[in-house]
Design a protein around this ligand. Structure first.
Ligand code: NG1
Ligand code: MG
Length: 513
């Protein structure tokens, strides 16, 4: 699946901006000044002094391209307005990191040594683990790219975090805190903002987030760092890069939270990390079926994307999504038992493929205990067809020869097809999300799909501008009102669980004057 630069696309600016004026980051968004005041007050209350600076990074909504970033394929998200702010002060002479939160009751203060080589305690998952992961990652980035900036002695830090991105909702609260924390640490260690390359920070933040125990891809950190107001972004990997994609006029993305919380770090062995393992197994088996030796496949094939050249060689050069899916259907069985996989690959999977990957090994252990049958055909067909839908989505956005209304209708269909594939082939939807998508389509959405990892969290739908109001009213009536009536949702929370959204700016450093 190859891509070419279209007419309506452009590259994002490369370096992290530094603002001294809040208005520059949040033009016209109400409540921003008050929020920073509240963060500063929390900081002063906790530490007896004001913060030196702030780093902020947004959550994101993925428009299309689910569970394919870790398979090497491009995705198409946009940053949203909701973000995480990390306020920081260096404490000379201290060798401690004190991590507090504006919502201290929910997220209690934690202390860690200012030691970049400390291990993250994955077994005791805590909110502050995200900061520690970013802290380690910041030093790894510094050591690799700016050794002259690595301090002899890491600074002690006092930190207050404030997050607005709902957690466990598929809008990437995790990447928001990791990216903001990483920028904060880099800046505290003296790196100048103009020396911070957004793509490099995104790549380091992606690696860092894996310290919390999820074997994730790089989409969330990439868009949280590189996002640009008013445009979506086609993000590709190895190396991380983005191209801004202008959406056709006349429609809005509406986000609706299913209210089923999906806590990815805790459920990883049975869900996210298991999918990453399944894709790897599918890729290796497919490569072998297409003629690669077992030794080579085990040593060289890491993603389904790695198999594309073999598919092309067997199909007269064709390697679009449909051809790849047909190759999967021809060569992979519907499902495999663990012993079938071990026989095919010649030994214990943990030793053959996943050494040094504790998240994957744990997923295999749980699968063995559950006598899980690995449905590799479906998983691989999802990945290849979803990767094609991302390219199609971008091309539709860029096809100026079609009227906007026609382009929007096509985009909506791609989104709905993506949801069906996530639900039926990838098994990452849930009853609440499927219900939401059904209601959204009935209420006139051009298309609707789960967004993010799934198994709960949010849906994104594409709605014609003139229908947004009626659409929101219908969603409220059919999905949320019964929950408000039964007391499981407070009416005051409605604006946070159902809202129209525009593409917002990516991460920034801020010094208030
Ligand atoms: P969420 O769960 O929405 O943060 C996760 C991964 C992404 C990507 C999507 C599925 C992390 C940090 N992010 O997103 O890399 O694989 O699922 O497309 O784990
Ligand atoms: Mg996340």
């Amino acid at each position: 699946m190859a891509d070419k630069e279209g007419a309506l696309s452009f590259k994002p600016s490369p370096s992290v901006p530094l603002y001294t004026d809040l208005g520059a980051v949040y033009k016209g968004v109400p409540g921003v000044e008050d929020r920073y005041k509240q963060i500063t007050e929390s900081f002063e209350k906790a530490y007896g002094a004001a913060p030196e600076f702030y780093a902020r990074a947004p959550g994101r909504v993925n428009l299309i391209g689910e569970h394919i970033d870790y398979e090497g394929y491009g995705v198409l998200p946009m940053a949203i307005r909701q973000d995480t702010v990390v306020a920081v002060r260096r404490v000379p002479g201290s060798s401690e990191l004190v991590i507090g939160n504006v919502e201290g009751d929910k997220y209690p203060t934690q202390r860690f040594p200012a030691d970049p080589d400390q291990a993250v305690d994955v077994a005791n998952h805590s909110w502050a683990n995200y900061f520690v992961s970013a802290y380690k990652g910041a030093f790894e980035l510094l050591r690799a790219t700016r050794p002259e900036d690595v301090p002899q002695q890491a600074a002690g830090l006092e930190v207050i975090v404030h997050g607005q991105v709902p957690t466990g909702s598929g809008l990437s609260s995790s990447a928001a805190i990791v990216c903001a924390s990483m920028l904060a640490v880099l800046s505290a260690e003296g790196v100048k903002h103009e020396h911070l390359d957004k793509a490099a920070v995104a790549e380091a933040a992606c690696k860092a987030e894996r310290y919390v125990g999820v074997t994730s891809g790089g989409m969330d950190q990439a868009i949280s760092m590189m996002g640009q107001q008013g445009v979506a972004m086609h993000v590709e990997f190895n190396p991380v890069r983005g191209v801004c994609v202008v959406l056709p006029p006349g429609a809005t993305f509406v986000i609706a939270n299913s209210l089923a919380v999906s806590n990815k770090a805790e459920t990883a062995p049975k869900r996210y990390n298991l999918r990453v393992v399944e894709c790897r197994l599918a890729a290796v088996l497919l490569a072998m079926a297409l003629g690669m030796s077992r030794e080579d496949a085990l040593a060289k094939v890491r993603t389904l994307r790695d198999v594309e050249p073999l598919i092309a060689a067997a199909h007269s050069g064709q390697h679009d999504g449909a051809t790849c899916a047909a190759a999967v259907a021809e060569h992979l069985k519907e499902s495999y038992t663990l012993s079938e996989l071990e026989d095919a690959l010649g030994g214990k999977l943990a030793d053959l493929l996943f050494t040094g990957e504790p998240g994957s090994v744990r997923a295999l252990q749980v699968a063995e205990k559950d006598k899980y049958a690995f449905p590799l055909r479906k998983r691989a067909v999802h990945v290849y067809t979803e990767a094609q839908r991302v390219l199609d989505f971008r091309h539709v956005c860029e096809d100026a020869s079609l009227p906007a209304a026609e382009r929007l209708a096509k985009l909506g269909r791609l989104m709905s097809d993506s949801h069906a594939s996530c639900a039926d082939l990838y098994g990452c939807s849930c009853a609440e999300l499927d219900t939401l998508v059904g209601i959204a389509k009935e209420a006139g959405a051009l298309g609707a799909r789960l967004t993010g990892a799934g198994w709960g969290g949010c849906m994104v739908s594409l709605v014609k501008d003139e229908q947004v109001e009626a659409f929101v009213a219908a969603m409220r009536e059919q999905y949320y009102k019964p929950r408000v009536d039964s007391g499981s949702l407070a009416a005051s929370e409605l604006p946070e669980v159902l809202f129209a959204t525009q593409a917002a700016n990516g991460a920034a450093l801020l010094v208030l004057q």
